[in-house]
Design a protein around this ligand. Sequence first.
Ligand code: GLN
Length: 548
Amino acid sequence: MPPRKYIFITGGVLSSVGKGIVASSIGLILKKRGFDVTLVKIDPYINVDAGTMNPYMHGEVFVTEDGGETDLDLGHYERFLDLYLSKEHNITTGQVYLSVIMRERRGDYLGKCVQIIPHITDEIKRRIRNVGEHSSAEIVIVEIGGTVGDIEGLPFLEAIRQMRLEEGYDNTLFVHVALVPILSVTGEQKTKPLQHSVNELRRIGIQPDIIIARCDKPLEEEAKQKIALFGNVPPSAVFTSYTVRTVYEVPLILDKQGIGDYICRRLHLKPKKTPDWTLWCGFVNSLLNPEYQVNVIMCGKYTKLKDSYISIIEALNHAGAKLKTKVNLIWIEAELLEKENKEKEKMVEKIKKSDGVLALPGFGARGAEGKIEAIRIARENNIPFLGICFGMQLAVVEFARNVIGLKKANSTEIDPETPHPVIDLLPEQLNVKEKGGTMRLGAQASILVKGSLAYKLYGEQVIFERHRHRYEVNPSYWRILQEKGLVFSGWSVDKRRVEFIELPKHYFFLGTQAHPEYKSRPLKPSPVFLGFVKACLYRSTGKPSPFN
Ligand code: GLN
């Protein structure tokens, strides 16, 4: 096999310049040329993984097949390239230090002073190379989180600087993505902050090979020339990631500017095929030019930061594109449904007028009662309903309270003293004390009941979806819940856990303990989300449910 190629992506000026989308786009552009590509995200924080962080700190926790609780950029990588990544594709400072310190305690460095250079940087390089080796990819794209100049990012930048020497110039490529603001008064594209961030990189020994300006508009010739001159690259190595209507357009605009061919020339890669964007463009077109629209209530507790639910938003987009339907998201902060006042009345009206209600995943008591209220309204008004994980658990609570009449039913996560713990921990979770990586995580099989809604959606009996939860439908309440009409339409293989619930008489009422959003792809929408959006669409036009 020819030497593996490494593309390193750094960011400048500020965070959130869309490095993740650029990394994914470059990955797709190379995949379209026939290469086997994989991606790695480096997060310079001390947490071992994203699992212990609040979504408001970090956005969504993306769960991999093998149960990694990772950065949301892995979601972009998987969606753009239709990949299944494992947890080793997300490297954090916490992981690196943890393994070095454990080795030190074991005595592996006996007699030595353990230092950032070389011990920490060696461990970083080892982890990056491992990803390449384990995935057999020809090209590994490594995105360094944060912004150049951050103290915590330094060991990673030092490690990739060393990799240039060790892997060789022809096998490594540095891409720097930085913001170019436009002054609103003059409309001028200002390149100075970008120049400074390139200087910062060069100061530590990294000369970017490609510079991508993140700008609202395509770069003007003058700005491009300036970036090239001060950034010390040819003008043909300067590209713009300008603002587009959907992130899925970014690979198209970058490839059009010639970045794919430039990278191939620079890394001596001979494309194995001419990129064919037909299907991708078709998807982007249906996304941007829908024929229909539906209004979906998104009820959750992290609604102020949409990144908290990014995979769900994307799963709805994928389903919408397939059905030529724009899915308008109406965000409802669940807590607002908890107090009887004017604001609540307005929310209730909104829910009643909507075409569908989605109860979002989550943790803890805040907003839980509000979600239960939204679920009640959806159930009583025959509005299509989808409950994801916590959303499903609360649908069980709502059913127990308002259909069975167990007024104080609850999940023990919310009320440990509830007389009716319809959602509870199974024995294996009871003794778990540590919080990091101890939930039921990753891909798990579910067996779907033939003839059920879940079965109709998937069209097969055994399905695999990713999980991230501790609590379960309490087996002591299985009988009564089912007797009163709640259908358990999906089970874990050992039949100890309920994976899907539904209400057969309802227009569309489905809850799942899993997170099907993680496996949704632009060209392969998740069956659950596709079914839900279809139900919303049919109901909005007054048709009977497509699934009954
Ligand atoms: N908090 C719930 C549990 O731990 C649900 C988690 C989730 O929605 N991902 O079981």
